[in-house]
Design a binder for this molecule. Structure first.
Ligand code: G4P
Length: 538
């Protein structure tokens, strides 16, 4: 493994490093073009030389890792990963989010680790279900969003209709940064209102972007001469209307999450990608203050702090090593540093922290707030864990969600009970599933958000632990975490409902709920008890 960055960062102050970080995720509905845009962003930044390399790497990985077969078979992206790239003195950390709805929990946690988001919308489809769900998560956390309307090289919906849909459905003011010049088979390129650059192709209409025309304004002859007259006229009409109809970019409104700058483009043909990268560098926030207890953590704080938003088994299923993805929130991390693991109180010398570059993994000598480092471990680190070099800290807002499917595990070979327990514990630490231990009876209950998660579990337990298991539905509908300001009321409630009680991995009490009617009854009978759909990790 190579090491790098020592010279570059050796005398850089923490503040300067934090300022230069853009930690973001791309959210979209499957098929809208997230992979294509990721690849083109990496290409535009110079991180990869040939488009197609991201996918190529994906293929290689899949052959190494059997459980990824599920991903291949269903054509979806299951595992989140991190891609770091540098461009024009800025460091971009792109956190990939799984697109499938069954993995929204994992995605939610990934979104706790970013400072901004790119929302990709298919120009022919508008806002789709998964985009909406993910948007709602961003809204909860006031994450600033840049919108990319993709596939303008294909027939699209009416552009004003698309923008109006964003404004009305998402209650988000739009500020168009550029505008397509024709769409579908008439697509000539995009005109950027801020830079007055017309991006087009030297080969001709419909070909990938490789040329730019710097103009005085939209009436510039140099631009007009490149475009079919009817398309030009239509563009001028639309651009004039757009500038009177929609807001101009306002930094405060964007940073507060009220306004979204909109870039039109085509990931496939490279239109709008450079505009997107430039805008991200120019306006996307550097690391923000993180909610934590006893006090919020500022990136300028001297102590190195961070939280784990994801744990992933190593890509080689034969090894039990895992990588915990730690988002650095403050301080200047140096390789070999001793950090305290808040949950266990133990010190950990981080000798082999990993940076995830576009094509490589490299040892991280230094990491600044906003950076993500991978910490290899043997299963000691869980999602939600905090690390600190100084004062004690607990990051808040990294939740577990009440599962929608609860199962018991049936073991085909009863001699393997111990290994199965280990497998379930490991995978629950990774956040692949949740585990509940009923107070009465020994059979553990596994909770997941969707069926696909069960398929992944079954496959990984077989491949990585050599155990064949089956899941059968447990007679419960969901769970609720229970708390009360009155310890007596809580104890009373627990003792009267022992048969419906379990503990989660953090020993927090949960009520196993058979149906929502029963839950309503419990709520009425026990007004002193709070029933929660989410619990915060650790
Ligand atoms: P995802 O990660 O959001 O699921 O989407 P992905 O990038 O894989 O894109 C889904 C499909 O849409 C791909 O086609 C991709 O080539 C196509 N696509 C992405 N961006 C654009 C665009 O700007 N214009 C057009 N016309 N198509 C675009 P595919 O046929 O499913 O896969 P492939 O064989 O091209 O890889």
């Amino acid at each position: 493994m190579k090491t790098l960055r020592t010279e570059y960062y050796s005398d850089t102050s923490v503040e300067v490093s934090a300022e230069s970080r853009r930690t973001f995720a791309i959210i979209s509905h499957p098929d809208a073009g997230k992979t294509t845009i990721t690849e083109k962003l990496l290409h535009a930044s110079g991180a990869i030389r040939l488009a197609g390399q991201v996918k190529a790497r994906g293929e290689r990985r899949r052959t190494q890792s059997d459980w990824m077969e599920i991903e291949q078979a269903r054509g979806i992206s299951i595992s989140s990963s991190v891609m770091t790239f540098d461009c024009r003195n800025l460091t971009y950390n792109l956190l990939d989010t799984p697109g499938h709805q069954d993995f929204s929990e994992d995605t939610y946690r990934t979104l706790t680790a970013v400072d901004s988001v790119i929302m990709v919308i298919d120009a022919a489809k508008g806002i789709e279900a998964q985009t909406l769900k993910l948007f709602e998560v961003c809204r909860l956390r006031d994450i600033p969003i840049i919108t990319f309307i993709n596939k303008c090289d294909r027939d699209s919906r009416d552009l004003f209709g698309l923008l109006d849909e964003i404004e009305s459905t998402l209650a988000l003011e739009v500020a168009p940064i550029n505008w397509p010049v024709g769409t579908g088979s008439f697509f000539h390129g995009c005109y950027n209102f801020r830079t007055n650059v017309f991006s087009n192709s030297s080969i001709g209409r419909g070909a990938p972007h490789d040329a730019e025309v710097l103009c005085d304004d939209i009436r510039d002859r140099r631009f007009k001469d490149c475009v079919m007259p009817s398309v030009y006229d239509e563009f001028v009409e639309e651009a004039t209307l757009a500038s009177s109809e929609y807001a101009e970019l306002q930094l405060d409104a964007y940073l507060e999450g009220y306004q979204t700058p909109v870039i039109f483009g085509s990931g496939l043909k490279d239109y709008g990608i450079r505009d997107l990268l430039d805008l991200l560098g120019e306006i996307a926030p550097s690391p923000r203050i993180q909610p934590a207890e006893p006090a919020p953590v500022s990136p300028e704080d001297d102590d190195v702090t961070g939280f784990v938003f994801k744990v992933q088994a190593n890509m080689d299923p034969k090894h039990r090593d895992r990588i915990a993805f730690l988002r650095i929130c403050s301080g200047s991390f140096l390789r070999g540093m001793k950090l305290r693991h808040s949950r266990t109180g133990k010190s950990l010398s981080v000798h082999n922290p990993i940076f995830f570059f576009a094509q490589d993994r490299e040892l991280a000598d230094h990491a600044a707030p906003g950076d993500i480092i991978g910490i290899p471990n043997h299963g000691t680190i869980q999602v939600g864990d905090a690390f600190t070099s100084g004062r004690e800290v607990r990051f808040t807002g990294i939740p577990n969600f009440a599962p929608e499917i609860l199962c018991r595990v049936r073991l085909k070979d009863p001699m393997k009970a111990k290994q199965m327990r280990k497998a379930l514990e490991d995978l629950s630490d990774e956040g692949v599933a949740q585990l509940f231990r009923p107070v009465i009876g020994g059979q553990w209950i596994v909770g997941v958000v969707g069926q696909l998660q069960l398929d992944v579990l079954t496959s990984r337990i077989a491949v990585e632990y050599g155990i064949n298991v089956e899941f059968e539905l447990a007679p419960f509908n969901t769970v609720r975490w229970v708390t009360s300001e009155s310890e007596n009321a809580l104890q009373d409630f627990l003792s009267r409902n022992r048969s419906a009680f379990a503990e989660d991995r953090n020993d927090a009490p949960v009520l196993l709920v058979r149906n929502l009617w029963e839950l309503d009854r419990q709520k009425t009978e026990w007004p002193m008890i709070s029933f929660s759909r989410t619990s915060e990790r650790s």
